[in-house]
Ligand binder design. Structure first.
Ligand SMILES: [Mg+2]
Length: 104
């Protein structure tokens, strides 16, 4: 169940107020921050503090991905679902064991 916390309206406000360019820069910034904390996690022992940072950066990125849906509304759901399915099938084809659709 999706809980409405007003995020969609907030993201729409941000896009209308700050504009596409600013929101794209923000998306790049958030993606970069997630990349950085994941790289640190690879190089150092995990810690609760780092897990909290990863959770924060992952939340930032997920929110910005929602923002990108508003920036590129013409990338329709059908096109997105087609690309997603292609990637899932490509990934499954690379796995030595085969994933079956009936849960085996
Ligand atoms: Mg961030």
């Amino acid at each position: 169940m999706k809980v409405d916390i007003g995020l969609d309206k907030a993201l729409d406000y941000c896009l209308k107020t700050f504009g596409k360019e600013a929101q794209l820069i923000k998306a790049i910034e958030e993606l970069s921050e997630l990349i950085q904390i994941l790289a640190v996690d690879l190089l150092q022992e995990s810690s609760i503090d780092r897990e909290e940072k990863i959770a924060k950066e992952l939340a930032d990125v997920k929110i910005m991905v929602q923002q990108l849906d508003l920036v590129y509304p013409y990338l329709n759901e059908e096109m997105y679902n087609k690309k997603r399915l292609e990637l899932i099938l490509k990934t499954k084809s690379k796995i030595p064991w085969r994933c079956s659709d009936d849960g085996d």
